[in-house]
Write a protein that binds this ligand. Structure first.
Ligand SMILES: Cc1cc2nc3c(=O)[nH]c(=O)nc-3n(C[C@H](O)[C@H](O)[C@H](O)COP(=O)(O)OP(=O)(O)OC[C@H]3O[C@@H](n4cnc5c(N)ncnc54)[C@H](O)[C@@H]3O)c2cc1C
Length: 405
């Protein structure tokens, strides 16, 4: 325990993208934090999930001096489109053109590489990261005391302070006292459950279809190709130099058993309208329902939720990691402001700031998801929506090359 009477300033529950990024940001500013991660280092460094970071995500890392975490994974040309095959005919989908005034490129960085790099940097710089933390529970997060400038002395009248309990890898029960708890333990974590039911609201939108998502040990060339087809949406996206992820729109009721390797490749070729090379062994597959979820508020007392613990976004937008980085950036700035200036303004507005950004991205994700999916298979939304989606899709594409006469 420090002389301030607390073990650390921030306990960060969950060592995924959100938690590790926040930990690195705080560490870089000399603010004490402890990251508690349920799984082993080996497990989290191998866990393959997302692979895209938008330009804002890369900029946030650069601003905090963490650009090395995605070094070598830049998109390359921020103005380049992504090939989109519409009924087999290739067009270019304009993905750039956002609010990126500095022309920073996004990155196709496999999530496990980003996580691996964030862990390496955090430990190299002296960070306290505890793997195998089981049965994490939060206590006294809703106390309301003046936390003072050092976030440690606590000028409240009581001795209560936020406390996090867990069982370490040896089975011993540990307790950490802190000024703030960052709940970054993902969609199925425990942090959010510490917010009383009558405080937390949850808003969900189900798109009504799923993705069969499969990893293959073969690179994607080009890095991303999408397809809109009457059989449904399809895509192949890079996951580094030796792997790629395949996506096929499918009914919510489908199971992975219905998708053997051969069917996946054949279906991909049917929707792409031609051969798909190179093929590789399929190493994992899952059926992922497409949905958006937002929990509100993102703050309760001294608990701040970030990343998937607070929201899920349609994977079509590829913004899950970027949203996690946005929240980590906002919370780190708020804690720094509190510690350095005894100014709680940013902490007080954290939930509103992040929810506003989240809803903005959800709006864009819903538009993009519906446009890409409704444009193809009419089984889900019908012919009328298909025609509307096709018109909307056209506005997202580079002009078609004129036909030779
Ligand atoms: C198949 C798939 C494809 C995706 N594709 C993309 C994509 O292309 N682009 C994109 O941006 N996003 C994508 N996403 C979403 C992206 O993976 C998430 O949005 C992102 O991981 C969120 O980061 P996070 O740190 O909030 O949560 P997580 O990555 O889930 O991290 C939470 C961490 O907390 C730990 N934890 C959980 N419970 C506890 C506990 N009780 N105690 C301690 N630790 C705990 C977990 O082990 C984990 O390490 C995809 C997701 C999936 C499943």
């Amino acid at each position: 325990m420090t002389e301030t009477g607390r073990d650390t300033t921030v306990v960060i529950v969950g060592g995924g993208v959100a938690g590790l990024t926040l930990g690195n940001f705080l560490l870089g500013k000399g603010i004490g934090c402890v990251v508690l991660e349920k799984h082993s280092r080996d497990y989290v460094e191998q866990r393959q999930r997302a692979g895209a970071l938008d330009a804002n995500g890369v900029r946030v890392l650069n601003e905090w001096g963490l650009g090395e975490a995605v070094e070598g994974y830049s998109h390359g040309d921020s103005d380049a489109g992504v090939p989109l095959l519409i009924d087999g005919e290739e067009r270019q989908w304009r993905v750039g053109g956002g609010d990126d005034e500095d022309e920073v490129d996004g990155a196709f960085c496999p999530q496990q590489i980003l996580v691996r790099n964030l862990i390496r940097i955090f430990l190299r710089d002296g960070g306290d990261l505890r793997f195998g933390a089981q049965d994490v529970s939060l206590h006294d997060i809703d106390i309301d005391i003046d936390i003072g400038t050092d976030t440690g002395t606590g000028t409240g009248t009581g001795t209560e302070q936020p406390t996090v309990r867990y069982r370490d890898a040896d089975g011993s029960t540990r307790t950490l006292t802190c000024a703030f708890v960052a709940g970054s333990d993902g969609y199925r974590g425990v942090s959010r459950t510490a917010v009383p039911d009558d405080v937390l609201t949850s808003s969900t939108y189900e798109f009504g279809y799923a993705w069969l998502s499969a990893m293959t040990q073969a690179p994607a060339d080009p890095l991303a190709v999408l397809a809109v087809h009457s059989r449904g949406f399809a895509a192949r996206i890079t996951r580094g130099p030796h792997a790629s992820r395949l996506y096929l729109q499918c009914p919510l009721t489908d199971t992975v058993e219905q998708w053997p390797d051969e069917r996946i490749w054949n279906e991909l070729e049917a929707r792409f309208g031609g051969p798909v090379e190179p093929r590789g062994p399929i190493t994992s597959r899952q059926v992922v329902p497409l949905r958006g979820v937002v929990f509100s508020p993102m703050r309760h007392g001294r608990l701040y939720l970030l990343g998937d613990a607070a929201h899920l976004i349609s994977p079509m937008s590829a913004e899950g990691m970027s949203l996690a980085l946005h929240d980590a950036d906002a919370l780190a700035k708020a804690v720094v402001r509190q510690v350095e200036k005894n100014d709680s303004t940013l902490l007080d507005s954290y939930s509103d700031t992040c929810l506003n950004h989240t809803w903005e991205r959800q709006a864009s994700a819903v538009r993009m998801t519906q446009t890409m999916h409704d444009s193809g298979d009419t089984t889900y939304e019908g012919e009328f929506r298909k025609q509307i989606a096709r018109k909307n899709l056209e506005t997202m594409l580079e002009p078609a090359a004129p036909h030779a006469s």
